[in-house]
Design a protein around this ligand. Structure first.
Ligand code: 13P
Length: 334
């Protein structure tokens, strides 16, 4: 089997109609924050129990085509000893791996951030593939203000995303390219649109320079929304229209799928917005979800670390997954 064939098989498995991706790849500090909010200590055992609960939810594969895991989870096992990536695969869910190593300040660019993790990436991917990973994720973040992000931040993050994607493809791993324009701040929806357009143009320019096969990647963008502290909220119709305007201008039709992050939207908002996006008529790319918080917040609330609550927590996950699967076909509000 050629590498290109492997990439094609994985992409097709990920962009199946009526399914999306579960992002369960919170880093150590992030999962600790989520656990603290529900009074659970972040120990390896509690993280294992929680992620097992997610992956073992009965029938999850009906709505979810892929799951993004954190490195630790890739090596953990369910109660009965089955490795978690194998449990996902048995549910018909392709296991993936977050491979960036987090973000930090971009030197000499106050307020801007850059994502790390390119050094040794090929070797780490090789190890992850042995543990079952078939796709990967790398997240770049852009803070928004009147002057941010700087051109330097836009270019540097685009370059890193493209280098990551190229390395993934040489290892037979489908890259999910995630440029997240952050929702924090009081900027308008128009400002978010302008920044998102500039970011995506730079990202696709860099992907082209680095010879990344657009057919064998997925884009994971943020939606075009006003900042959280902006005076006006935008309804699903507005979000869909502005988001699609930017995507049509910037994302080549060769990209098979666009899977949105939820980025601080409530679970209900994220579902309504995805539904509205899919009601705007046929697009060149499949439009679906790759949600973290919008799928998991209700699960964490139901679970709270109590073994007796596992069933209720799984029901909460299945509910959000089912509603988002409907939204990925424009059938949620029907
Ligand atoms: P959210 O949906 O919570 O934004 O998480 C998605 C993700 O993978 C962030 O990197």
């Amino acid at each position: 089997m050629t590498q290109s064939h492997d990439l094609q098989v994985t992409v097709e498995a990920l962009v199946q109609q009526g399914k999306g991706i579960l992002a369960a790849d919170e880093s150590g500090p992030t999962i600790a924050k989520r656990f603290t909010a529900i009074g659970v200590e972040s120990t390896p055992e509690n993280r294992r129990a929680y992620r097992s609960l997610l992956l073992a939810a009965p029938g999850l594969g009906e709505f979810v085509s892929g799951v993004i895991l954190y490195e630790e989870t890739l090596g953990q096992c369910a109660e009965d000893g089955e490795p978690l990536p194998a449990l996902a695969a048995r549910q018909g869910i392709v296991p993936g791996i977050k491979v960036d190593t987090g973000k930090g300040p971009l030197a000499l660019a106050p307020g801007d951030e850059i994502t790390h993790g390119l050094d040794g990436l090929a070797a780490r991917l090789e190890d992850s593939v042995k543990l079952g990973a078939r796709f990967a994720k790398w997240r770049a973040v852009y803070n928004v203000s009147d002057s941010l992000p700087s051109r330097a931040a836009v270019e540097a993050n685009a370059e890193s995303l493209a280098r990551y994607a190229a390395i993934c493809q040489t290892q037979g791993v489908v890259p999910i390219v995630e440029p997240e324009v952050l929702i924090d701040g009081d900027h308008s929806q128009a400002r978010c649109a302008a920044v998102t357009q500039e970011v995506l143009l730079a990202v696709f320019g860099a992907l082209h320079r680095h010879r990344v096969a657009l057919e064998h990647m997925l884009l994971k963008p943020s939606m075009v929304v006003p900042g959280k502290a902006h005076a006006q909220r935008a309804g699903p119709g507005d979000v869909a229209e502005e988001t699609l305007r930017v995507l049509r201008r910037t994302v080549p039709a060769a990209v098979p799928g666009i899977v949105f992050l939820s980025g601080g939207q409530s679970p209900a908002e994220a579902t309504a917005n995805l539904d509205a996006l899919n009601r705007q008529g046929p697009q060149p790319w499949r439009l679906s979800f790759s949600y973290g918080r919008a799928l998991q917040d209700p699960v964490l609330q139901a679970w709270r670390g109590q073994p007796a609550q596992v069933h209720a927590a799984q029901e909460a996950l299945l509910k959000r997954a089912r509603l988002n699967a409907l939204a990925s076909q424009g059938r949620y509000g029907a």
